[in-house]
Design a protein. Structure first.
Length: 576
């Protein structure tokens, strides 16, 4: 007997026979409820990108400001595998309500924060809920719709997420300009309540209830989770302060970074011996090594990491361009970022529908990464005189590639795992994706700070032999030692004389150009790797034991009974 089948189900494996898939009204209603929940997570991922300066000014976080974002990303990333395992052990429904509750709780703490530490704690709780919402929603969707047809339904969900990501900066800028930033978080409370109400009545799913609570706990890899979380914290701590509070060569940076990387290697080793050693006594590993036993799965993991990093590469530094180079207000900046969402949304829909129609992901990935590489190249052309039409087209090219990637990577990764592994495989993919977000902020931030430091020290532009520096000592001090990102606003630039403003804007332009030049290399790498993907057919039937309960879907149960009677009548006919 397959050992994994035994432990994964908690009893002798009895995989349901495949059945033809029919998309009913209840599935669409559940997708709508999941969309409301995902709207929360999507909004919170981007809503602070424009309003961050207002928050920093109010709570006086200093260089700890990075933890407003990093605490959110850390919690949403490190807990993904654990939530995936919880879905198998305790059922999708209970885990989904738990993560929505975490998100709403974190939002309330953030809205009422009276100190930087309280805000960061709330963001961490919010992050755990946000990552969990997106993960569990994808797992539920995988239980409702076969892999081949999933794109048509996921396009609906991805559209909602895309809308949230697109309007997030606009909402954040509008709130920051018209009222207190606290409403950015308070708005999540009624939206979260609406999601719970819809899903409470519609989402009733099967799972194994025969085991005792103690037996369920034995299935959870607590040791692996502890190592994964500790390693992620160590790496993120090193990246947060590298080249700002501490130099890259400082032991404050190198020690946690090396310890975190060593912890990830230890985690990988423990996953290979899970259930066979006292070092890893859990019956089920968080990330079974069989998820990466083929070339394409490894390629998809790498390109998922790169594409997700490049998403935040752009989302966190395009606002710097608009506010510090173009001198837009926060609200104007939010509007200027709309092309990313307005094109990324149809791009994600096109990718999902194309995957469902043709069942081929390799050519889709090749096209997407080619567009992303081209878009990053166009962003290097931006400057003080860039017109609205130009920067809008640049964003559209980048967003189209990113949108196509967004909905086609996970189905390709799921195609190489068995149905029983979908929850943990999805959690693994989301961990890789969200871990890419962390590096997608840390890597360009390090490049940004280092390049600005070199310019302030008398570096020169590659396009001119004249030195590019800032003559005003106050402005130089504000931008030095990692302060350039925090100071990136029109209000900061416009307080200086026109000649100094031109110098500051040029320094920002050159630093941003360098960031996007490096991004071209990463996107090009992903494109090359996509050439080596191997395609396999996508499943068109459901074989999950975590599907919807039939007794709740009364109409569907009656319909299946009628279908069985018709089939029996056909068999009873003469000559059949």
């Amino acid at each position: 007997m397959d050992r994994h089948g035994q432990t994964d189900a908690g009893h002798e494996e009895a995989t349901p026979s495949p059945r033809p898939f029919r998309l009913g009204w209840r599935v669409y209603a559940i997708v709508g409820g999941l969309g409301i929940a995902n709207l929360l997570a999507a909004l919170e991922n981007t809503v602070l990108t424009v309003a961050a300066p207002e928050v920093l000014s109010d709570l006086q976080l200093g260089d700890d400001y990075v933890w407003i974002t990093n605490a959110f990303f850390l919690a949403s990333t490190a807990l993904q595998p654990l939530f995936g395992q919880f879905c198998d052990v305790f059922g999708r429904r209970h885990v989904l309500f738990t993560v929505i509750g975490l998100f709403v709780l974190g939002s309330g703490i953030c809205g009422g924060a009276q100190s930087g530490a309280m805000l960061i704690a709330g963001r961490a709780i919010q992050g755990a809920g946000s990552g969990g919402i997106m993960l569990v929603s994808s797992i539920v969707l995988s239980d409702l719709v076969p892999l081949r047809q999933r794109g048509n339904v996921s396009a609906i969900l991805m559209s909602i997420i895309g809308i949230g990501s697109a309007v997030g900066p606009v909402i954040g800028g509008a709130i920051a300009s018209s009222t207190t930033w606290r409403w950015i978080f308070y708005l999540n409370l009624p939206i979260g309540a609406a999601a719970v109400v819809v899903l409470f009545f519609l989402l009733h799913m099967n799972y194994n209830k025969d085991m005792t609570f103690r037996q369920k706990l034995k299935r959870i890899d607590f040791a692996g989770n502890a190592i994964l979380v500790a390693s992620s914290v160590a790496i993120l701590y090193a990246l947060s302060y590298a080249d700002t509070r501490y130099p890259w060569r400082s032991w404050h940076t190198l020690v946690p970074l090396l310890v975190g990387c060593a912890g990830l290697l230890l985690f990988g080793y423990l996953q290979t011996i899970a259930g066979r050693s006292r070092l890893s006594p859990a019956a089920e590993p968080l990330v079974p090594p069989r998820f990466f036993n083929n070339r394409t799965s490894v390629i998809l993991a790498v390109t998922t990491f790169v594409s997700s990093a490049l998403l935040y590469w752009s989302l966190f530094f395009l606002p710097v361009f608009f506010q510090a180079v173009k001198l837009y207000t926060p609200l104007h900046t939010g509007v200027a970022l709309l092309p990313i969402g307005l094109v990324g949304i149809p791009g994600s829909v096109v990718g999902a529908v194309a995957l469902s129609r043709w069942g081929r992901y390799k050519p889709i990935h090749m096209l997407a990464f080619a567009l992303q590489t081209t878009g990053l190249g166009l962003l290097t052309l931006q400057g003080q005189d860039t017109t609205v039409a130009e920067w809008a087209v640049y964003q559209c090219v980048l967003a189209l590639g990113g949108g196509i990637i967004f909905t086609t990577m996970l189905p390709a990764f799921q195609a190489f795992v068995a149905e029983r592994d979908l929850a943990r495989a999805t959690a693994t993919w989301y961990f890789i994706r969200l871990f890419g977000h962390v590096w997608g902020v840390a890597i360009p931030a390090a490049i940004f700070n280092q390049y600005i430091a070199s310019l302030l020290d008398g570096g020169s532009s590659s396009s001119s032999s004249a030195a590019v520096t800032i003559s005003d000592p106050v402005a130089r001090a504000a931008l030095a030692d990692g302060g350039a990102y925090q100071a990136a606003s029109a209000a900061f630039v416009e307080q200086f004389a026109p000649a100094v403003q031109a110098e500051i804007r040029e320094v920002y332009r050159l630093a941003l150009r360098r960031i996007f030049q490096v991004g071209i290399g990463f996107a090009g790498l992903a494109f090359v790797l996509s050439l080596f993907e191997h395609e396999i057919p996508l499943r068109s039937t459901l074989e999950t034991e975590y599907g919807l309960k039939e007794d709740v879907a009364g109409g569907e149960k009656g319909q299946r009974a009628v279908e069985r009677l018709c089939e029996e009548g056909q068999r009873a006919r003469p000559g059949s």
